[in-house]
Design a protein around this ligand. Structure first.
Ligand code: NAD
Length: 457
């Protein structure tokens, strides 16, 4: 395991509970000693070292002399693509929750904004992956989102088909895309509401979140990015198409952590979410594209609509106002959180029943009772990592894949005990409803499901 942060710590007890492994051979590479006592208590070897471009190859070669095993990368600041290539060479399996580059990409980069998006990173993974068909399995981008939400989307599509009397037995990527088109799904939000709160008020100047602050800052200050549906009539302000690749996405020349959309989650109903860029905003539209020859005739719009915990919203407000990254960071632990939970699902809109939210609703109390060292947000991620590990062990020669290409039934079967309640909610809400007084806006009343209607400027 690389990285023993909030996700690494939460994943360890799930591995111990569900996976048979050789304790002598299990190594955690983690530069910080802050949580080394947990590794000592569990009898797991700690390699206190930061992977760098200079040492990563020798370090991993040293750990896998027999070319057998699995790398689970739960770090920040380590180049995922180089690790995937090395693991393929070593003959070991690999799992990651994001496509992460070495430091220097997210901040202080001289790259133009179009190149600081996830699109070129994903395109590179997909291109390189074509050379690894049938090779050691490497799962790219499999946590809760990206990851689990792709499995939930498949369940949601089957449920929508059942509820609208559409026959469905999809068996291939093409079948799934065809099903989404037949159902008339115009778009998918990965709609999340994190309601976890601490008893202690957030101190001014401290960035507080329920998972990696570094991770949120990195992706939050990349440009906003989204899968671009075939029903969309016009680009949003500062929106740009990509000039290379299959063109399933667009980017907006604004930070995702300062780009809000109207969205919907159970419990709260209509809410703002941030269009923080994520791999699922790219993999889902790509996976669900229906083509007639070269021409895309159907593709859903897809993006993250993230309402982080209240302390993180306030933290973003503070740093956006200051125009400076925070000096102090804090991840809320399960012990500090007094109430709330995480609702994370897919919000499918534009179909015969209007809109539907389908996802996991997990409270902090449930998370605390399920496994140690994690809050509700972490549990949705760590259990997805566990599901990916099981699937990889059962499918060791699947080459380079994303969550959309894995067996969603098997993965959710492993993960479901850790997800609280999986709920389905239909709503007649649309983004053109509800305004406090009326003001000038770019509004399309003919089609409420246009992205410009969701975008709050
Ligand atoms: P964290 O910030 O709590 O921990 C990251 C850990 O990586 C830290 O302990 C840090 O010391 C370690 N690290 C930093 N540089 C390293 C290096 N060079 N070599 C080895 N280790 C290094 O983050 P987290 O909340 O545990 O998240 C871990 C990763 O998972 C992040 O990349 C995050 O974006 C990702 N994540 C994905 C999802 C998802 O749903 N897909 C959800 C949450 C987090």
């Amino acid at each position: 395991m690389i990285g023993f942060g909030s996700i690494g710590r939460g994943t360890l007890p799930l591995i111990e509970r569900h996976i048979g492994f050789d304790r002598e051979a299990f190594t955690v590479i983690e530069p910080s000693s802050e949580f080394a006592h947990i590794l000592r208590d569990h009898g797991i070897r700690h390699l206190p070292l930061a992977l760098t471009p200079e040492n990563y190859e020798a370090t991993l070669r040293g750990l896998f002399p027999a070319g057998k095993g699995m790398v689970v990368n739960l770090s920040v600041d380590v180049d995922s693509i180089l690790l995937m290539e090395l693991c393929a060479t070593l003959g070991v399996q690999y799992i990651d929750t994001v496509v992460e580059p070495w430091p220097g990409f997210y901040f202080g980069s001289t790259l133009p904004n179009a190149e600081r998006t996830n699109y070129p990173l994903r395109e590179k993974v997909r291109d390189l992956g074509r050379a690894h068909v049938g090779g050691p399995t490497a799962v790219s981008c499999c946590g809760a989102n990206p990851g689990m939400v792709s499995w939930l989307l498949k369940e949601a599509l089957l449920k929508l088909a059942e509820d609208t009397d559409v026959a469905a037995a999809p068996a291939s990527r093409e079948d799934w895309a065809q099903l989404a088109m037949t159902l008339g799904v115009k778009g998918v939000h990965v709609a999340e509401r994190d309601t976890q709160v601490s008893a202690k008020a957030k101190p001014q100047g401290v960035f507080v979140n329920t998972w990696s602050v570094d991770g949120l800052l990195s992706e939050g200050y990349q440009p906003a990015e989204l899968g671009w549906g075939t029903h969309e009539k016009k680009l949003p302000p500062h929106g740009h198409a990509f000039t290379h690749g299959a063109g399933y996405a667009i980017w907006i020349d604004r930070p995702g952590a300062d780009t809000r959309v109207r969205s919907w989650c159970p419990g709260v109903g209509p809410q703002f979410g941030y269009v923080v860029t994520h791999n699922e905003s790219l993999s889902i539209p790509d996976y669900y594209t229906v083509r007639d020859g070269e021409r895309a005739i159907y593709r859903p719009t897809c993006h993250y609509a993230y309402h982080p915990c209240n302390d993180a919203v306030l933290s973003l407000h503070e740093i956006n106002g200051a125009g400076q990254l925070p000096e102090s960071k804090h991840i809320l632990t399960a012990d500090e959180i007094v109430s709330g939970g995480d609702d994370l699902g897919v919000f499918l809109y534009g179909h015969a029943k209007g809109a539907m939210w389908y996802g996991s609703r997990l409270t902090i109390d449930e998370a605390r009772n399920l496994a140690p060292y994690q809050n509700a947000t972490g549990m949705q991620v760590t259990s997805a990592v566990l599901a990916a590990m099981v699937w990889v062990a059962e499918n060791p020669h699947a080459g380079w894949v994303e969550a959309d290409e894995m067996d969603h039934e098997r993965c959710l079967q492993v993960q479901r005990p850790y997800l609280g309640r999986i709920e389905c909610h239909y709503t007649d809400w649309t983004p053109v409803q509800h305004r406090i007084n009326s003001f000038a806006e770019d509004r399309d009343d003919e089609d409420p499901w246009q992205f410009t209607n969701f975008l709050a400027v």
